[in-house]
Design a protein around this ligand. Structure first.
Ligand code: ATP
Length: 289
């Protein structure tokens, strides 16, 4: 028996950090949405009672450190599953990029194993299990568009933004999320207007979405890695309507409303950046199928 699952990347349309909590986590308020750039997960039953990872990517661990492995382990232990599974991960999402690739692989593994092992769990139950693996896993269980609060695991689904094109460019540096948070000074940063973004999405206003893009972590990462600022400038210069860094970076994304503009922005960036993608915004939970 074999199950296939799509694991799409997310971008943050708005990312605010409210304060540091007593448990060490940061209290956040984010708007996340899925885009049509996805890893693919294939789950196959094994004779042996073990979890096997095939990642085919030198930056992705093929052992217990893989978030998909951790997802399978949590389900196996919680529901006392005495069966083995082979998890094959075909990566398209750049690694350590601020696009939640590992979290989405873990979420897809949870959704897929729920089917493979006939567990009958709801998405809500899977999201709760996912929260123990990583803060972004809960959102990735649902996909679509959502307001995420708490440490990112409390999910309120909202309507999708209007469709547009998303150009992504990832510089060849890796960014440590922990370092970015360590350098974040909440007193001196500009906080995005999350409510204004929610309203713009509700109004289906492409202009409103472009005007209200904001990420409190952006200035921190830009100071640490000037190449991210350079990519932002270039993306704007080549004609993107609005540009922002996703998560803690280093991936920068830009919006383009009309297909005719994509090639100029894409080709311009390809001149000095290896990993450039032009994809559609998904935005809707049903698009996961
Ligand atoms: P986020 O946006 O949630 O902060 P990210 O996009 O910045 O995540 P990931 O691509 O998830 O980062 O990778 C972060 C680290 O997790 C990598 O350095 C990698 O070693 C490890 N990792 C574990 N499992 C996976 C996986 N399935 N895919 C990618 N990376 C993984």
């Amino acid at each position: 028996m074999r199950v296939l699952e799509k694991a799409p990347a997310k971008i943050n349309l708005s990312l605010d950090v409210l304060h540091k909590r007593k448990d060490g986590y940061h209290e956040v308020q984010m708007i996340m949405t899925t885009i049509d750039l996805a890893d693919h997960i294939e789950l196959t039953e094994l004779e042996e009672n073990e979890i096997r990872i095939m990642s085919h990517n030198r930056f992705v661990p093929d052992d217990h450190r893989n978030l998909a492995y951790q997802a399978a382990k949590v389900l196996k232990e919680r529901y006392n599953i005495q069966k083995g599974v082979s998890i094959s991960i075909t990566k398209s999402i750049p690694v350590a990029a601020g696009l939640a690739g590992g979290s989405s692989d873990a979420a897809a593994t949870l959704r897929g194993l729920n089917r493979l092992w006939n567990l009958g769990l709801t998405l809500h139950e899977l999201a709760e299990i996912g929260a123990a693996i990583g803060s972004d896993v809960s959102f990735c269980i649902y996909g679509g568009t959502a307001i995420a609060t708490g440490r990112g695991e409390k999910i309120q689904l909202i309507d999708p933004p209007p469709h547009c094109w998303v150009i992504l460019a990832k510089p060849t540096i890796g960014v440590s999320t922990a370092d970015v948070y360590r350098n974040l000074n909440l007193k001196s940063v500009a906080h995005p207007n999350v409510d204004a973004m929610v309203q713009a999405i509700k109004d289906k206003s492409y202009t409103g979405i472009c005007e209200n893009l904001g990420n409190v972590l952006e200035d921190v990462t830009l100071k640490m890695y000037p190449e991210v600022a350079m990519i932002k400038d270039q993306m704007k210069r080549f004609g993107a309507d609005a540009v922002l860094m996703s998560g803690s970076g280093p991936t920068v994304f830009g919006f383009v409303q009309y297909e005719s503009k994509i090639h100029r922005v894409y080709n311009g960036l390809r001149g000095f950046c290896d990993q450039v993608f032009a994809v559609r915004m998904l935005g809707d939970c049903q698009d996961l199928d």
